[in-house]
Design a protein around this ligand. Structure first.
Ligand code: SF4
Length: 338
């Protein structure tokens, strides 16, 4: 794949997400799921998150738009009435000032999450569709392509914390197939609840070497921070899961294109066996997300002649790449279409 460690991990991640999107159903209870990368809580981010759902629930979710519903919009979507009503009559007390609810109503109406109208001085709302309970299972995957003894120790601690908190239904470790057998002693350091799979990013094959145990997201969990541990109740865990799932729905895993420079003349997508990955013509490699930015010394904007087809409204090849990746994300969400 690539030379540098960060490039390597980035390429590994993208290939893993492409594989999961294609083949996770072999490991899931459902054929319908959403794959996203780099998501989690404030203190913990997983490399890949898979949210398993059902076709019906995903279609109902799609009726509320392609983008993430933040907690305020989700509150609206969950409680908006089927018939027109004054918002204060229709919604439960949000626990914060109503003016924030009004702001959310205006935002939500602009995005098609709820409908609003005025009746005299009063704002009335009506739901566009029910907000479904669309998260069946949440699966967290930590990547460690280069698993050596010191990485295994750090990772074992981290994964133990994931298990203790129990936010995900399953936690996996994905390491890289190198042709050599994965050292059993390294895997033995991992908590028994964590599944282990060996991924071949070139062929896109996976071998499961240890199946995970299901965790219990409905039970209170324990969060360890800076040597202190605190209990996290089931309601808080449900809130965190809903946020992660919503962000996974809106972002997917191709959002890396928003953090890099597809408008650079050297940027292109390379077809790998497992799917398309970003590559840099100037560096002759798959660049990492962090190096492909405005501070890159080799950045060069697309020549204006590349943009003559529809520029400036449609943009050049960089805009096309963004559109294609966004369309592919939509295609993976039943009910959204292209
Ligand atoms: S030259 Fe720099 S900005 Fe341009 S594609 Fe390569 S890494 Fe990205």
């Amino acid at each position: 794949m690539t030379a540098g460690d960060s490039d390597h991990e980035f390429g590994f991640e993208l290939r893993f997400c492409a594989w999961a999107e294609r083949a996770w159903d072999a490991h899931a209870d459902s054929d319908d799921f959403v794959v996203a990368r780099q998501l989690g809580t404030r203190g913990r981010r997983w490399d890949t998150v898979i949210v398993e759902s059902t076709p019906e629930a995903l279609r109902e979710r799609a009726a509320l738009g392609a983008d993430t519903l933040d907690p305020d919009l989700q509150f609206l979507a969950e409680h908006a009435p089927a018939e027109w009503a004054w918002y204060r009559d229709a919604l439960p007390d949000p626990g914060y000032p109503w003016r924030y609810v009004r702001q959310a109503i205006h935002r939500g109406a602009a995005r098609g999450v709820v409908e609003k109208r005025r009746n005299g001085n009063r704002i009335q709302i009506r739901r566009v569709g029910p907000y479904p309970d669309w998260v069946e299972r949440l699966v967290a995957v930590e990547h460690k392509p280069d698993l050596d003894a010191s990485a295994a120790r750090d990772l074992a601690d981290q994964l133990e914390r994931d298990v203790a908190l129990g936010l995900a239904d399953e936690v996996w470790l994905a390491t890289e197939a190198t042709g050599a057998r994965v050292e059993p002693a390294l895997l033995e350091e991992m908590p028994v609840e964590v599944g282990i799979l060996v991924f071949d990013p070139v062929a896109g094959d996976v071998e499961v070497v240890w199946y995970p145990r299901s965790l219990d997201p409905d039970a209170p969990g324990e969060r360890v921070r800076g040597g202190e541990s605190e209990s996290v109740d089931a309601d808080r865990k449900a809130e965190l899961r809903a946020r992660i799932a919503e962000r996974a729905y809106g972002r997917g895993w191709r959002h890396y294109v928003d953090n890099v420079r597809p408008d650079c003349r050297h940027f292109h997508l390379r077809r790998a066996d497992t799917g398309y990955v970003p590559a840099c013509g100037a560096k002759g490699c798959e660049q990492s997300e962090s190096e492909c930015g405005s501070s890159c010394p080799e950045f060069e904007p697309e020549p204006p002649t590349w943009r003559q087809q529809g520029w400036p409204v449609e943009g050049g090849p960089g805009k096309t790449i963004q559109r294609v990746l966004a369309a592919r994300r939509r295609r993976e969400r039943p009910g959204l279409g292209e």
